[in-house]
Design a protein around this ligand. Structure first.
Ligand code: TYM
Length: 341
């Protein structure tokens, strides 16, 4: 059976980009067609300057939103990365397979490190090694598929390289995974700067639709989206990134196709209006379920506890196999120590 693994960082309030690029597919399709695990990757949230109380708060909120989006703990596994030691255990082994040059070539590292330096902060070593931890997240579970947005494709590519290299050097241990991207919505752009990805940590929230934004706030943000000079509605991501982004969002929310939708509209105003309503409708059930779940934090905690247990049971044998394969002795009583040579 296909196994799916994906993760999301609790580094900010989740956005429409997270939802359309990743979460919605996990909830609507992946969990039903594959054995799936979805993880709030809290260790990754420590790679940049962080406030411990905020990470705790956002970890809870992110897990609650995953459930609110429709992930069903009876069907899939939802858990926190730091509750399963196998991620960090495996990460170290993979650091012994990866090279520093490979890490320094990662686009997200370059962008985020530059941002930290601009702010006069030092760059944490964990920001450089982050993609190795991400590879460990995926490889520990033997996942074949990793449903992500476009910005994570390079990290999944690196994961493939590390898996192949490890297998060649130390014997077949890991499944070589592949990224799966949604047909539309793989890269939702910031509404105010449509050449930049919509991100949780963007400095200003004006161009970012957060999943918990009130309907009127969503409407305002979409209606104020920067569009391009010109009048007619055409789908051209290079020349008309603002309009193309609105068409992508509308298509992703309504299940349409951005090119055909362009033919339906003769003004930016009507496109914005329909897009705003489509986003409000897409978020409505999620927000309602989120309100219910917030009233029952013990339920969410129980889901995470059971999820971690299930996840550990899947990851441990693979990580133990990797420890043996790379040359580490098993921690057992004396007689087998000499036998294991
Ligand atoms: P993160 O937390 O930035 O984003 C979670 C998921 O949302 C997608 N996404 C978007 N998709 C479309 N448009 C956008 N504007 C947009 N913004 C975010 C991301 O592509 C991602 O699928 N490194 C990962 C987390 C991670 C992970 C993993 C993912 C850690 N370990 C293992 C998969 C497998 C990250 O920072 O995602």
């Amino acid at each position: 059976m296909t196994r799916v693994f994906s993760g999301i960082q609790p580094t900010g309030h989740l956005t429409l980009g997270n939802y359309l690029g990743a979460m919605r597919r996990w909830a609507e399709a992946d969990q039903y067609r594959a054995e799936s695990l979805f993880c709030v990757v809290d260790l990754h949230a420590l790679t940049m300057d962080h406030d411990p109380a905020r990470v705790r708060r956002l970890s809870r909120q992110t897990a609650t939103l995953l459930l609110a989006s429709g992930l069903d703990p009876d069907v899939c596994t939802v858990f926190l990365q730091s509750h399963v030691d196998e991620h960090t255990r495996l990460s170290y082994l993979l650091e012994c397979v990866a090279s520093d040059g490979e890490m320094r070539r990662m686009i997200q590292y370059k962008e985020k490190a530059a941002k930290e330096r601009e702010r006069g902060r030092s760059v944490r070593l964990s920001l450089l090694t982050y993609p190795v931890l991400m590879a460990a997240d995926i490889l520990a579970y033997g996942a074949n598929e990793v449903p992500v947005g476009e910005d994570q494709a390079q990290h999944v590519e690196l994961t493939r390289d590390l898996a192949v290299r490890f297998n060649q050097r130390y014997g077949h241990t890991f499944v070589v995974p592949r990224a799966t991207l949604p047909p539309v919505g793989a890269r939702v752009m910031n509404l105010q700067e449509p050449t930049r990805k919509m991100g949780k940590s963007d400095d200003s929230g004006a161009g970012v639709v957060y999943l918990l934004d009130e309907p009127d706030v969503v409407r305002k943000k979409v209606l104020r989206a920067v569009t391009d000079s010109g009048r007619e509605v055409v789908y051209d991501r290079e020349e008309r990134p603002g309009v193309a982004n609105l068409l992508d969002v509308l298509a992703a929310c309504t299940g349409g196709n951005p090119e055909s939708l362009a033919d339906v509209y003769d003004s930016y105003g009507s496109l914005k209006k329909d897009t705003a309503e489509a986003v409000v409708e897409a978020l409505r059930p999620l927000q309602a379920r989120h309100r219910e779940l917030c009233a029952d934090p013990a339920y969410v905690e129980g889901v995470l506890r059971d999820g971690a247990e299930k996840a550990r049971a899947v990851a441990r044998p693979t990580v133990d196999t990797a420890y043996r394969a790379i040359g580490l002795l098993p921690p057992v009583a004396e007689p087998s120590l000499s036998a294991a040579r």
